[in-house]
Design a protein around this ligand. Structure first.
Ligand code: CTP
Ligand code: CA
Length: 223
């Protein structure tokens, strides 16, 4: 058995994946979140485990499961929690895939008690920017292969290339929102992979499990 495991292509490699949304608390019973299901990141974690990697999955709130897989799952809630978990696991990582839908902003203050309804018909909530986790990893990376995602509604390739460069990534996975098969809460995805040399590879719409395999193939070719 040992020898079979040792022949898997990611045997001995540490792969860290983030997945799902983050929730930013407003008060003890309310949050600002997004519709990310976590499916794409969970499939990437499973595909990496199937190739023999030691996988750490940093997961925001998600109903997805990795039961039956030898995956270390770290549950987080907010972008700040996710930042801490990703940095705690970065040194030992060979590959980092940031597929989480991180909230760009959080409420400036988290109320300790439930916010009460007032007489005024309008409520203004002040938000402050969250740290850019991927960019912060790109700034300190040494040997790690760093992979990001981009979700765009317009000027897709131009914006994705900007993110690739700004965050010092090895490649970026552009999720096409243009395609009705793709996106949040769907089982399928249509991606374009843009390499740091800016070459592009387009893939057909397929199940998120198969998209994960395509992404892992690109990773394997780069290791
Ligand atoms: N990301 C991150 N930390 C954040 C925001 C985003 O690590 N605070 C990561 C995402 O996980 C993704 C990549 O950065 O891998 C791109 O995320 P995206 O939301 O597409 O881009 P942003 O840089 O946040 O820019 P914008 O939302 O304005 O397009
Ligand atoms: Ca964003």
């Amino acid at each position: 058995e040992q020898s079979i495991v040792a022949t898997l292509p990611l045997h001995g490699k540490n792969v860290v994946v983030s997945a799902g949304p983050t929730y930013e608390n407003l008060d003890p019973v309310r949050f600002i979140g997004n519709y990310s299901s976590g499916k794409m990141g969970f499939e990437i974690a499973k595909a990496a485990a199937n190739l023999g990697a030691n996988v750490t999955l940093v997961a925001g709130p998600s109903h997805e499961s990795v039961s039956g897989y030898p995956i270390e799952r770290i549950n987080v809630v907010s972008a700040k929690d996710m930042y801490d978990a990703m940095h705690a696991n970065f040194d030992k990582a060979d590959v980092v895939v940031m597929s989480a839908a991180v909230a760009d902003y959080r409420p400036k203050e988290m109320a300790n008690q439930k916010i009460k309804k007032e007489n005024d018909d309008n409520l203004v909530i002040e938000l402050v920017k969250n740290p850019d986790i991927l960019k912060s990893l790109g700034e300190i990376k040494t040997h790690q292969l760093l992979v990001g995602f981009a979700l765009e509604t317009n000027n897709e390739e131009e914006y994705a290339k900007k993110k690739l460069t700004k965050k010092n990534l090895d490649f970026i996975v552009l999720n096409s929102m243009q395609d009705k098969e793709a996106g949040f809460q769907k089982n399928t995805n249509k991606i374009t992979i843009i390499d740091k040399d800016l070459s592009m590879q387009q893939f057909d719409a397929k199940s998120k499990a198969d998209v994960a395999k395509d992404i892992l193939n690109v990773i394997l070719n780069k290791l």
